[in-house]
Design a binder for this molecule. Structure first.
Ligand SMILES: [Zn+2]
Ligand SMILES: [Zn+2]
Ligand SMILES: [Zn+2]
Length: 303
């Protein structure tokens, strides 16, 4: 259910990150602006307000993307769509790297709070605001918009940033799978409460949002269960991933790149028993890193 590049327009590319905007954004923009026009003397300010929101969301997503890249993760795409922005980040599967990639988004909004407050104070003292009262309303509203974005994103409900921060922190004591499990269960409870609130307020918009959050949470819980299964498999204790130091599971969980048959490279020295092709690198099921088989061998590395 996540938005993809399909149906999205490419806006620009900055620091190696491509920014797309989903077509539905324009519909929602039109709707939002039309509901805000009444608050200003000139409709231009309502449009400016919406563009400010878009800019804050974009800066927030750039926070995620650049932080993810700084820890060696992949992040080269941002899609703006009506339920916010989505930065496609794939940080290395370590709690610290994940925590930084997630926390950097809300941190951008934290930095914006004093900046926008300063701007508001400054505008309030100029003569301009007497001639154009809309300007005062505008700067006050965008200050609130940024603050609202910050608070909403920090709700400890997976997949919101707050929930993902909670997950990364729990990763230290609980491990990768159980931390995700706890965070998604809390997210599901929060999502149901949110759905109840939407019903109570008869808000279709909140209902759609709650449903969306619940569906991602549900998928996260299934993912956690799958990771847990892999975590509980017997291990080759003589080997460990050079990246995440997790021993590989013992069994035919790798596929030969030549004949696609499953095999266990750690018992065959990387040679496929079906077609005799030798794999130069072996991928870690835990973190996804691909490394030469030799570098996995504990006895060689420690020697
Ligand atoms: Zn975020
Ligand atoms: Zn093969
Ligand atoms: Zn690994």
């Amino acid at each position: 259910m996540l938005p993809t590049k399909s149906g999205a327009l490419r806006l620009f590319r900055l620091w190696g990150i491509e920014v797309f905007i989903h077509w539905s954004w324009f519909l929602v923009a039109f709707y939002s602006i039309s509901t805000r026009v009444k608050s200003y003397d000139s409709p231009v300010w309502a449009a400016a307000e919406y563009f400010a929101l878009m800019l804050f969301v974009l800066m927030h997503e750039f926070g995620h993307s650049t932080a993810c890249r700084s820890v060696g993760g992949q992040a080269d795409q941002i899609v703006l769509w009506p339920l916010g922005g989505v930065a496609y980040v794939n940080p290395p599967q370590r709690p610290g790297a994940t925590l930084w990639s997630i926390a950097a988004g809300p941190l951008v909004n934290v930095v914006l709070v004093p900046v926008l407050f300063g701007l508001l104070l400054w505008v309030d003292r100029t003569e301009w605001v007497q001639q154009v009262p809309d300007a005062g309303r505008f700067f006050y509203t965008i200050y609130l918009i940024n603050f609202g974005l910050l608070i909403f994103n920090l709700l400890p409900m997976y997949p919101l940033d707050g929930g993902q921060i909670l997950r990364s922190v729990l990763w230290y004591p609980l491990g990768r799978a159980r931390s995700l499990m706890v965070a998604t269960i809390i997210g599901l409870v929060g999502g149901v409460a949110f759905l109840g609130y939407a019903f109570y307020r008869q808000s279709l918009w909140n209902g759609v949002m709650a449903f969306f959050l619940l569906s991602i949470c549900w998928r996260g819980l299934q993912e956690a269960k799958a990771i847990r299964k892999v975590e509980q498999l017997p291990r080759h204790d003589g080997f460990a991933c050079p990246e995440c130091h997790t021993p590989p599971p013992a069994g035919p969980y790798w596929r030969c790149r030549a004949c696609s048959q499953p095999f266990d490279p750690f018992t065959t020295n990387g040679t496929c028993p079906h077609c005799a092709t030798v794999s130069e690198i072996t991928f870690c099921p835990n973190c996804g890193a691909g490394k030469p088989l030799r570098s996995w061998d504990r006895s060689i590395r420690e020697a």
